[in-house]
Design a protein around this ligand. Structure first.
Ligand code: ADP
Ligand code: MG
Length: 243
């Protein structure tokens, strides 16, 4: 469904060129939950921005269901694919109520938008009382659920989640992960789950890519609840988890 082919990206500052992504090849199939792990600075967020057409790649191509995705076609792409950021507070307009935040992506929707929102609230375990609140009046977990709900209102086929559980405590992390799994099972929505939390990735993902210094160095499909790696780096990374 989502295909990333030979994507490279560099940044230059003060005469120095820094190669951040090198020849990235990545696929997300329909309804699949795919993990992307790697230490901080390995290029995960840059890749998510390139996929979402927020920055152009130097080289390579992104396509979705066989159609090339570029800056010009990105509006149509956003109906199919949504990005969810780590920092829900920054992503939500602080002066808007939750209702206003949720109405915004539905601007062009015909029919009863309020009824639709009420129906969808339950999917992320929020209630009508939350609609009147502003982001600062919500807990961290509630904010991330509003953020998640806002992204799924357009019923995307894929959500790219960039470290969406990183600032939350364990219990709330688990809640968000279970919501994503439930949405995946109910609607077939695929997930590209970017994280450095290997336990969370092992728990929820069908397949995982390991990234190191801007390259995908390994890939594994889950068998009997676990992953098998060939690259020493990923063995070490996941070895620590088992160890
Ligand atoms: N806009 C930018 N300009 C220059 N360097 C950047 C920019 N964005 C990211 N980088 C650099 O690219 C590398 C990868 O960053 P990032 O994609 O955020 O990694 P990750 O999300 O895996 O932590 C880092 O070294 C970072 O400093
Ligand atoms: Mg990042």
């Amino acid at each position: 469904m989502l295909t990333v082919e030979n994507v490279s990206k560099s940044y230059s500052s003060g005469g120095n060129v820094k190669q951040v992504l090198r020849g990235i090849e990545l696929l997300v199939g329909e309804g699949e939950i795919v993990g992307l792990v790697g230490e901080s600075g390995s290029g995960k967020s840059t890749l998510s921005r390139v996929i979402m057409q927020l920055e152009p790649p130097d080289e390579g191509a992104i396509s979705f269901n066989g159609f090339p995705v570029d800056r010009r076609s990105r509006k149509a792409f956003y109906k199919e694919c949504q990005l969810i950021f780590q920092n829900a507070s920054a992503a939500l307009n602080p002066s808007w109520t939750v209702r206003e935040i949720l109405m915004e992506p539905l601007r062009t929707m015909k029919g009863d938008r309020n009824a639709y929102i009420r129906h969808m609230l339950g999917k992320v375990k929020l209630a009508e009382v939350h609609l009147k609140k502003r982001p600062t009046e919500l807990s961290g977990g509630e904010r991330q659920r509003v953020n998640l709900l806002r992204s799924i209102l357009v019923e995307p086929k894929l959500v790219v989640c960039d470290e969406i559980i990183s600032n939350l405590d364990r219990l709330i992390q688990r809640e968000i992960i279970d919501l994503l799994i439930a949405l995946n099972q109910e609607t077939g929505m695929a997930v590209l789950f970017i994280a450095h939390d290997l336990q969370a990735v092992t728990y929820m993902c069908d397949r995982v890519y390991v990234m190191k210094d801007g390259e995908i160095v390994d890939e594994s499909t889950k068998v009997e609840g676990g992953f098998e790696f060939s690259h020493p780096y990923s063995k070490k990374l996941f070895g620590a988890l088992l160890g």
